[in-house]
Design a binder for this molecule. Structure first.
Ligand code: 5GP
Ligand code: ZN
Length: 117
């Protein structure tokens, strides 16, 4: 069920502390941690602790929690002293989503191309 922990979900395990991660920020409802395979000098993932498959499902079911994720991404960007950055929510395998627990990618520390690949 949406919002409930999923047994085989890597990010549920990180949220529960059962899989280690380099956590940079944690609140009652969210965790932010460094991506294991960074695509930019700063690459941090911000997740809701509750399980939703993607950003749209999260926003529809729990809008305050979606707002928490965005607020945290902005606060972490400020802590990392990023003046410019990109927040990405890959949604669906065709767009590069590999972990089906909603997460914001916070990317910064280098120039960004537009349109993205
Ligand atoms: P997606 O491809 O679903 O948008 O993003 C998943 C992200 O999770 C990828 O950028 C990938 O590098 C990252 N990732 C996958 N496994 C782990 C892990 O065990 N620890 C951390 N910190 N990041 C992970
Ligand atoms: Zn999950």
């Amino acid at each position: 069920m949406a919002g409930e922990p999923q047994e085989d979900c890597l990010f549920c395990k990180i949220a529960e502390g059962h899989v280690p991660a380099t956590v940079v920020r944690e609140t009652d409802t969210t965790v932010a941690f460094r991506d294991i395979n960074p695509q930019a000098p700063i690459h941090i993932l911000v997740i809701p602790k509750a399980h939703y498959r993607n950003a749209a499902e999260l926003a529809a079911a729990a809008p305050q929690l979606a707002a928490d994720v965005l607020r945290d991404a902005g606060e972490v960007a400020a802590e990392e002293k990023l003046e410019s950055y990109r927040i990405v929510f890959n949604t669906g395998a065709g767009a590069g989503q590999t972990v089906f627990h909603a997460h914001a990618h916070l990317l910064g520390g280098r120039g960004m191309q537009w349109p993205p690949g």
